[in-house]
Design a protein around this ligand. Sequence first.
Ligand SMILES: Nc1ncnc2c1ncn2[C@@H]1O[C@H](COP(=O)(O)OP(=O)(O)OP(=O)(O)O)[C@@H](O)[C@H]1O
Ligand SMILES: [Mg+2]
Length: 300
Amino acid sequence: MIEFLNVSKYFGRHKALDEVTIRIEDGATIGIVGPNGAGKTTLIRLLCGILNPSEGQILIGGKDLQKNSSEIKKIIGYLPEEPNLYERPTAGELLEYFGLLYGVPKDKINQKIDELLDLVGLSDRKDWAVSSFSKGMRQRLAISRALIHDPKIIVFDEPTMGLDPLTSKKIREFITTLKKEKTIILCTHYMYEAEQLCDKIAIIDKGKIKAYDTVQNLKDAYIKEKTFRIGLKEMKEELLNKISLTKNLRIEKIGKDYIILKTKSYKDLKYILEEEITYFEDLTPSLEEVFIKLVGSKND
Ligand SMILES: Nc1ncnc2c1ncn2[C@@H]1O[C@H](COP(=O)(O)OP(=O)(O)OP(=O)(O)O)[C@@H](O)[C@H]1O
Ligand SMILES: [Mg+2]
C-alpha cells in the first residue's frame, strides 16, 4: 500500500500540493488527472523520492519513504514527463548502464534487455545510438529503462503525450499487460486513457485532491442523468404517452425514427426496450464531463 498522509509541498511560498491524503492498494492502477499546474508531477516526484514533502508523510508498505529512500527507490520504476536519455550510447548500452545502476545481476542483464526491447517493439534498434531515435521510440526506450529493475510500482507521467495514435495504443496495450502484476500510477491528460486503464482516478486541482474513486462511482456522483438515443421501428403514440407519464424519465427529443431520453436509472428504460428497437446509443457524458464539473472554468 502507498499512503500519502496530509502531504503538502511548497516551492518557495507557492503551495504546489495541499494536504494530500490518498491510499493506493497494491496491484491497483491509479490515474492522476488534473489541469496544467495542478500538482500531478509534483505528487509523482514525491512518490519517487525525487522531492521531499514540506509537510506530512509518505508510507510505502508501511515504511516511511524518506527514512528508507534507497531501499524504496529500488522497487519504483519512473517514466518522467520529459525523459532525459543519454544520446551517445546504443539502446542496449543505455539499458545495461541503468540495469547495473539499479543492481540487476550481470548475468541476467542481457536477457532482461532483450525481453524489454521486445516488449516495447524495439528489438531491431538495440544497436542503434539513442540520438537516432524518434520521439515515440525514445518514449518506448524510456519505458523499458523504467522497467529494467523489475519494479513493483511503476509511475508513468504522461506516457503517450505527443505520440501518434498507433504508438499511443501500443503503449496503452503494454500498460495493460503490466497491470496484472504491478501497482501503476498513471498521470495523463487523456480521459479516455484514464478511463480505459485505471481502476480508480484521482482528480487533482490546485494541489488538492478533488475526488478519488472508480470511474463508475465518479460518473454516478457527478453526472446525475443518463442520456440515451433509442432508434424505434415504429413511433407509437401510446409509447410516447407512457414515457411522459413515467417518473424520472424525460423525453429530450423526438426524431422521425428515434427518441432521446434522459433518466436517472437504466431501470426506467425497461418497457421501452421491449419495443422493436433499431439501435441503442448511450450518450451519457464521459469522465471528461466529471473533470470539467470538478475543475471547471475557475482555471485560466
Ligand atoms: N521545481 C519547481 N520549482 C518551483 N515551482 C515548481 C517546481 N515544480 C513545480 N512547480 C510548481 O508547482 C505547481 C505544480 O506543478 P506540476 O508540475 O506538479 O503540475 P502538473 O499538474 O504536473 O502540470 P502539467 O499538467 O502541466 O504537467 C505549478 O505551479 C508549478 O509551477
Ligand atoms: Mg506534469
